[in-house]
Ligand binder design. Structure first.
Ligand SMILES: *Cc1c(COP(=O)(O)O)cnc(C)c1O
Length: 336
């Protein structure tokens, strides 16, 4: 796919590594595990939003924006990275925060919240869940227009067809690396949140006829609703890219049994996964996304969902700064 047709900024040098996870593979006794280290992408502390922002911020700059406005939860990695991109480009950034867990915003909280302030956010507005967040972002943009400024609104998680190009590019990167490493992948597992990661990967894999099954693990929301939403997002992206025949529905296979009591609320599986990755591979996961996704992956391995000898790639989408906002949960549960 010729992604150079679309304006893009570059925030990461080269490819992120694909690494084997030999210790964890041995511990779990299942398929051969590999990790795509998208936690090592560029901008402050990295993570999957960096790939989407390369295309979104380029679009904002082309449209003459001086301010980025976006939305996320109080510990949003996406908000942290949008703000970091704004800093790098000499833009301002305003955030709309959604308390998906009632009263969860604390202006003195650690993790990403602390980084919002360190990175110099221009304005934060906090709302209860259920209100029209798009309208709130538009109202901030309107206020800026009144004083002669120009805002660019980035949707939650950067998940629209422009943001999806980031993970279409990631799929091509994975294929190029695997071809070079002579690594035949049998499955790819990723985290499913706002959907740009899953949808973008589906477009890149399917558009290149890779024939690698893709599985998403939900961190918020039910299987069928997410699968349909992501399929729609992938179809729009495919159309923009001129991919004929659309993206097959089977690229959207999501397990929704690992969310627990709700978005960002700890689960035992998450705590176990965070500890296993830390102690077997020295890799930090996060409590909200990759910890629950890895919990799903580990459970599927234990249920023999994958065959012995198969190669399974876990896409590490980042998020470790949020760990520090969960210090008590982690420390009161680590074993040994
Ligand atoms: C946003 C996020 C995800 C989910 O990605 P989507 O593209 O929104 O589905 C996964 N992991 C981390 C660390 C994230 O910040």
């Amino acid at each position: 796919m010729h992604l150079a047709r679309f304006p893009r900024r570059q925030y990461t040098h080269g490819y992120t590594p694909i690494e084997p996870l030999p210790n964890l593979t041995k511990h779990l006794g299942g398929p051969n595990l590999f990790v795509k280290r998208d936690d090592l992408l560029g901008l402050a502390a990295g993570g999957n939003k960096t790939r989407k922002l390369e295309f979104l911020v380029a679009d904002a700059l082309e449209k003459g924006a001086d301010t980025l406005i976006t939305v996320g939860a109080p510990q949003s990695n996406h908000c942290r990275l949008t703000l970091a991109a704004a800093v790098k480009e000499g833009l301002k950034c305003q955030l709309v925060l959604e308390e998906r867990v009632p009263d969860s915003y604390d202006e003195n909280a650690s993790g990403n919240n602390m980084l919002f302030r360190l990175l110099g956010v221009e304005k934060i507005k906090v709302f209860k869940t259920g209100i029209d967040l798009q309208a709130e972002m538009q109202s901030l943009a309107d206020d800026l227009a009144k004083v002669g400024r120009k805002a660019y609104i980035i949707p939650g998680g950067g998940s629209n067809k422009i943001g999806c190009l980031g993970y279409t590019g990631c799929a091509e990167e994975i294929l190029a690396q695997c071809n070079q490493m002579q690594l035949k992948l049998d499955h790819i597992v990723c985290s499913s949140g706002s959907g740009g990661t899953h949808a973008g990967l589906a477009v890149g894999l399917s558009g290149n006829n890779a024939n690698i099954p893709l599985t998403g693990i939900s961190t918020r929301g039910a299987k069928i609703a997410l699968e349909e939403k992501y399929h729609g997002l992938a179809s729009e992206t495919a159309e923009m890219l001129g991919i004929r025949g659309g993206i097959p529905r089977e690229m959207f296979n999501i397990f929704d049994g690992y969310v627990g009591d709700g978005y960002s609320l700890p689960t035992d599986g998450m705590i176990e996964a965070v500890q296993l990755f830390a102690r077997h591979e020295g890799i930090l996961l996060d409590p909200v996304y990759t910890g629950k996704t890895a919990a799903g992956l580990i459970d599927l391995i234990r249920k023999n969902h994958f065959k012995q000898g198969e190669n399974v790639l876990f896409v590490h989408t980042g998020g470790s700064p949020a760990l520090f906002a969960y210090q008590e949960t982690i420390l009161s549960n680590v074993t040994g």
